[in-house]
Design a protein around this ligand. Structure first.
Ligand SMILES: [Zn+2]
Length: 57
């Protein structure tokens, strides 16, 4: 049985640690991509911390 499976590169997300696979939209920037999604790239947690710090002041 010759079942073709596309062999896509993968790497772990720098934010959540989950492995994510190559996507067509990253074809040009794959080596620079570090996060699996926009949410991880924006760093929700870091942002929340900044918001709290801002409210403190
Ligand atoms: Zn992620």
């Amino acid at each position: 049985m010759a079942h073709r499976k596309p062999h896509l590169p993968q790497k772990p997300c720098a934010a959540c640690g989950r492995p994510f696979a190559w996507r067509k939209k990253w074809a040009r920037v794959w080596e620079e991509v570090r996060f699996c999604s926009d949410a991880c790239r924006e760093g929700r947690h870091a942002k929340a911390r900044l918001d709290r710090a801002a409210k403190r002041r």
